[in-house]
Design a protein. Structure first.
Lengths: 158, 457
């Protein structure tokens, strides 16, 4: 038994409307933890490297490789980055083969679940925290994301 | 099995120190850095940096699950915990054991055994190693009875504490009930363990510790002792090896007791056994064991020529001990000064900020372990250690002279530092004579304060 994207979104909404800050759900090997304080910071996240975990051959970065060069063009003020609220493995869909929570063109509300970050088998739902339309999904499915790394970009609704 | 990639679950100078040995061993280093440390020197030196969370340690450096996930995600074979943070909590070692990541340190159960100060006391007693008179108490009546036996002043200590945390001094027996209650509730909140015990307060002691290495199978060697008696509120400021003005019989007894204690645990990795020494009685008491690399390890490296981090890694690789006791020769004398971003004139208030200019000393016999370069930020979330200046010489006088010059040559602009205080410690006649007790620094500070107020009056 796992939860569908819709169900996760629904549970998120239940937490939102409750007086609780945290919700921890475990069923048949599936764990879901939701945290109200885990909402994404509002200021722009620092440039983060979007590199997947290194393959054994892809190693040595030059000195100063702490933050990968950001090759994007000047940021569009109407587009907001949604950063990873924690380090973990990013999943775009509730389970393998299922349709992703969001795709380019999806409309999102602040509380829309846009993906899951797994930390040692603990699933953390990540919400958009912004209302608008998804323009880009730089984070790949099943890959390690760092804290602050951009997961999706959203053109803010006016 | 060779370790090829290490995740460093720490920051600051010790992260730089670990990266240096990884380089020398051709092991890749991945730094797990908080958001506040993304641009730090270790982040620039590491082969890769992953941002593990916000600046606050509880959301980054203290998240065992995040660190192990990061290690697995970057395909690191091992985690080096450094000191502080998760180095002596069972959570990280335990998770590493469960997920096949090597923890460069002792086993989780060894961390638990030495982290519980009551268990450590009992283990020492079972080996006939002296401990400070005292013992566990579970009721106020029991405490009164024990306190009458050991006498005042005494200390109420937390079983889960250590390093000065969670203790209360009691000068008269009628203060005991309140101190017990306060200590237990504080210990419960801070360590999740409300058990407390009593110990006689030893006023004029020296803090001397013994560095050991164990293979995890019961073989243990020692690398001599360090005298860390120059302390303020259990924070060490100056450390040296060998311990000056110590009878050779007592020195040997400390080494022997430390080795025996670690052998009984079949201790794995680098560790330090701390003793309280009463020189006039030629008595010593085992205080606790620190299951990690210590801040002051470089003085031991200076006189033995052993890279302790490399030995930690070798032991974690399963090579056991590459050195036997007769291989450990100690040459000369080494003294270390800790340079902190704190203001001794303002009750040692931490001084976070940006380092605008910095000059670290160099020269024969001088080593500086630091992460502070020009423009470095000192975030308010972490300890205030900026650098360790270590001087080595053929004898104490040479090492001390080199250190005095080195401390004078060091310059930090932008944040307050304790460099001037360190100079006055090194120039003090009692310190120069050697063998001061743990009351030395408080007395020196009191004299300085009185002299200071005299100037104004």
């Amino acid at each position: 038994v796992t939860l569908t994207a819709k169900e996760v979104a629904e549970i998120t909404r239940l937490l939102e409307d409750s007086t609780f800050d945290e919700l921890y759900l475990e069923m048949d090997g599936f764990k879901l933890s939701l945290r109200r304080s885990g909402s994404v910071p509002t200021e722009a996240a620092p440039a983060a490297s979007a590199t997947p975990p290194p393959a054994p051959e892809a190693q040595r970065r030059p000195v100063g490789g702490a933050t990968a060069a950001d090759t994007r063009l000047a940021p569009d003020p109407g587009v907001q980055d949604v950063p990873a609220p924690l380090l973990g493995t990013f999943y775009r869909a509730p389970k393998p083969g299922a349709p992703p929570f969001v795709e380019v063109g999806s409309a999102v509300e602040e509380d829309t679940v846009i993906g899951i970050i797994e930390v040692m088998k603990l699933m953390n739902a990540v919400r958009a925290s912004v209302r608008g339309t998804v323009t880009e999904v730089p984070a790949q499915d099943g890959v390690l994301v760092e804290y602050g790394e951009t997961l999706i970009r959203v053109r803010k609704a006016t | 099995v060779a370790i090829r990639r290490v995740l460093i679950a720490n920051r600051g100078e010790i992260a730089v120190r670990i990266i240096r040995t990884c380089r020398a061993l051709q092991i890749e280093s991945v730094l797990a850095a908080s958001e506040a440390d993304r641009d730090s020197l270790p982040a620039r030196l590491a082969d890769r940096t992953v941002c593990i969370g916000p600046a606050r340690p509880s959301e980054s450096y203290l998240r065992a699950d995040t660190l192990v996930h990061a290690a697995l995600g970057v395909h690191a074979d091992a985690i080096h915990p450094g000191y502080g943070f998760l180095s002596e909590r069972t959570a990280l070692a335990q998770l590493c054991e469960e997920h096949g990541v090597r923890f460069i340190g002792p086993t989780a159960s060894q961390i638990a055994a030495v982290g519980d100060k009551l268990r450590a006391r009992a283990a020492a007693e079972a080996l006939d190693i002296p401990v400070v008179p005292g013992g566990p108490v579970s009721s106020p009546d029991e405490a009164q009875a024990l306190a009458r036996r050991i006498g005042t002043p005494l200390l109420v200590k937390a079983a889960g504490g250590g390093g000065g945390r969670g203790m209360k001094r009691v000068d008269t027996l009628d203060e005991l009930p309140a101190a017990l209650e306060l200590a237990a509730s504080e210990a419960g909140a801070a360590f999740g363990d409300a058990r407390v015990y009593l110990e006689r307060f030893v006023a004029l002691g020296r803090h001397i510790e013994v560095q050991i290495l164990g293979d995890g199978e019961g073989r243990v060697i020692h690398l001599g002792e360090r005298d860390c008696s120059v302390q303020r509120r259990y924070q060490k400021l100056v450390e040296e090896t060998p311990a000056p003005a110590l009878p050779e019989s007592l020195r040997g007894a400390l080494h022997e007791a430390a080795v025996r204690f670690a052998q009984a645990l079949a201790y794995r990795g680098a560790g330090t056994v701390e003793f309280l020494v009463e020189p006039q009685r030629e008595a010593f008491y085992l205080l606790e064991m620190n299951a990690r690399i210590q801040v002051e390890h470089p003085v031991t490296e200076a006189v033995t020529g052993v890279d302790l981090v490399a030995e930690q890694i070798a032991i974690a690789e399963g090579d056991g001990l590459r050195l036997r006791q007769p291989d450990i020769a100690r040459r000369g004398w080494a003294i270390e000064c800790r340079v902190n971003a704190e203001d001794p004139a303002q009750d040692f208030r931490p001084s976070p900020g940006v380092v605008r200019e910095v000059t670290w000393p160099s020269g024969p016999g001088i080593r500086v372990d630091t992460h502070i370069v020009e423009g470095a930020r000192i975030p308010p979330f972490y300890d205030s250690l900026m650098a360790k200046i270590i001087a080595h010489g053929m004898d104490r006088q040479t090492a001390l002279g080199r250190l005095e010059h080195a401390v004078c040559a060091a310059r930090v602009v932008g944040v307050a530092s304790n460099l001037a205080l360190q100079s006055s410690i090194l120039a003090d006649l009692q310190f120069q004579a050697g063998g001061v007790d743990t009351g030395f620094l408080p007395r020196l500070l009191e004299r300085t304060r009185l002299a200071g107020s005299g100037d104004r009056g």
